[in-house]
Design a protein around this ligand. Sequence first.
Ligand code: SF4
Length: 175
Amino acid sequence: MTASKDCRRCALCTGRTNVVMPEGDPSSPIAFVGEAPGAKEDEAGRPFVGLSGRVLNQLLEEEGLYRSKVFITNTVKCRPPGNREPTQAEMDACLPCLESELEGRKVIITLGRSAARDLLKRPVVMRDEVNRPRKITIRGKDAILIPAYHPAASFYNRKVKDSIRESIRNARTYL
Ligand code: SF4
């Protein structure tokens, strides 16, 4: 199941400009999952095209994992108003789409707390989880999940970039 451009399964459909579809290599063994589209993403209908996207692109390039070679998506495909976190109900409504996008991937890097919480299906304290790989099962298929900070966190803390870099390196060891 993939999100349709006129999906109305949750309340986020009322405020969006575009449903933000995934991008990158659909057959890549590695996927990045962000929280939700922001204003730029909503406007462009593409994931990670704002400032956070620039940070992610830069780190991917530095690690030789180009954006076009990985799969990039979000827990929910429509922008929450005012950039608030998606609610559990909204993430649950979008989960079938996310699971079909992620089924069969070897490594999934979640970017930020909401994405980790969505896929680990429990509350997450980032400082306790970052860069600690976990085995998860999506539709009967095993995958490694690596919780990473959201690139937006690097705007306030320079060490976050190094941590995300470590997550990317960590992911490569499973490929
Ligand atoms: S967030 Fe997901 S479930 Fe909700 S309207 Fe958008 S595509 Fe549909």
